[in-house]
Design a protein around this ligand. Sequence first.
Ligand code: NAP
Length: 475
Amino acid sequence: MTADVFINNQWLPGADGEFDVVDPATGDTIRPVSNGGPADATAAVDAAAAALVSWRKVAPRERAEILRRTYELMIRDKDEIGALIAAENGKSLTDATGEVTYSAEFFRWFAEETVRMGGDYGTAPAGGSRTVVTHHPVGVAALVTPWNFPAAMATRKIAPALAAGCTVVIKPASETPLTTFAIAKLMVEAGVPEGVVNIVPSKSAGKIVGTWLEDPRVRKISFTGSTPIGRVLLKQAAERVVNSSMELGGNAPFIVTEDADIDAAVDGAMIAKFRGGGQACTAANRLYVHADVAEEFTAKFGAKVEALTVGPANEGSDIGPMINAKAVDDIHALLEGALSAGARIAHQSPAPESKGFYFPPTVLVDVPADAEIVREEIFGPVAPIVTWTSDDEVIALANDTEMGLAAYVYAGELQRGIRLGESIEAGMIGLNRGIVSDPAAPFGGMKQSGIGREGARAGLEEFQETQYLSVAWPD
Ligand code: NAP
């Protein structure tokens, strides 16, 4: 019997048996994992609520040092954790070890923030009182993470929550819970007290998270995942007016102007489109290339795409499998829809015939601007190219979506790049860069891509309540 429910620094069996974690490169089971049930969810809150009483009073320096040690331990075990991410998620070893470094940085960044939490102090304009503003931990926080960045989506929440003085209950994605377990083990080694971090893996996400949202001791939900599930959780959170942070889906435009450095744009597009096999919320979903440079861009980009190797991470491939068979079917459906709408496959790299959930990296041209493939999140290695001729036209195309997470602009003239970037309704703009993520930057989306920010000072504030004392102060 497995013991993967983590409560009070103890590993326990799940109340509802087990479920399998599958290697997407082969379709084989990596290992069964304990399936937590509502009783485990409540036990996790019992532990987190009890631990909150003392954790919120632990000196900031001491909290910071636990976070800092976790950072060091993650770097120590970078290759091991990278291999675990690659095994359960399928992404290439380069992407997986890159994710470990990025994830660990959240512990380092928030360790540094823990000892710099300030407040505010002012004199009331009318005189007679002073205002003293302080920040307090919001309380027990429920963290729900997706499978596409099994380490980073967990550390981007755990580190600021603990820095703020919150305790947490975590529901990792059922496809990729093993990485979260590995991080919890390192946190214990780093000295995290019992009950501060608790994990309930489960194949019945709704039951676990529903139990938490009904529990009056849970004061915060921090969710990363799809917009449809985000909507469900916001409705549930509304019942008790639970403080909510939502990191949801994307549909990033990638714009190339006619005066851009085309080689740099091609390199940026390779990262923005193919990192993690295209399964990133920030992935370039639609490439808008100025008609004057479309041929050159497509030829250079296509040559690089055709050179990508696709296969299992442990064979050193550039692109691993998709997360599961349904993901492959969904991408096929979007591709076929685009082909029937008049698009054409201009370049494609071969994918292995072997078992596993592979999809060949593909470049599509002649894509109608209103094709479903540019309106929906593809979440796979397909790059649809749409051409444009005026800045107003491309801004309208980029903003014609309910999503607003990331966008990319490659422009020769910097002012034009800034103007285009500021015209796009998205929380993060990569300007002449194919990557936007940074622990010191406020990651998050506009419109239906989310509410709130993760990383930077803003990420800490998501786990804090603001209070002020209005103090009688005769002048
Ligand atoms: P998902 O299906 O929404 O799942 C995310 C998490 O929610 C998983 O832990 C899942 O558990 C859980 N969940 C599913 N149904 C639930 C329910 N009814 N109640 C409570 N929790 C529930 O998303 P995904 O497919 O894992 O991830 C891909 C999506 O995440 C994409 O849309 C992507 O853009 C988005 N994403 C956004 C960001 C960002 O920062 N904005 C970052 C990464 C990913 P199970 O695994 O057990 O189903």
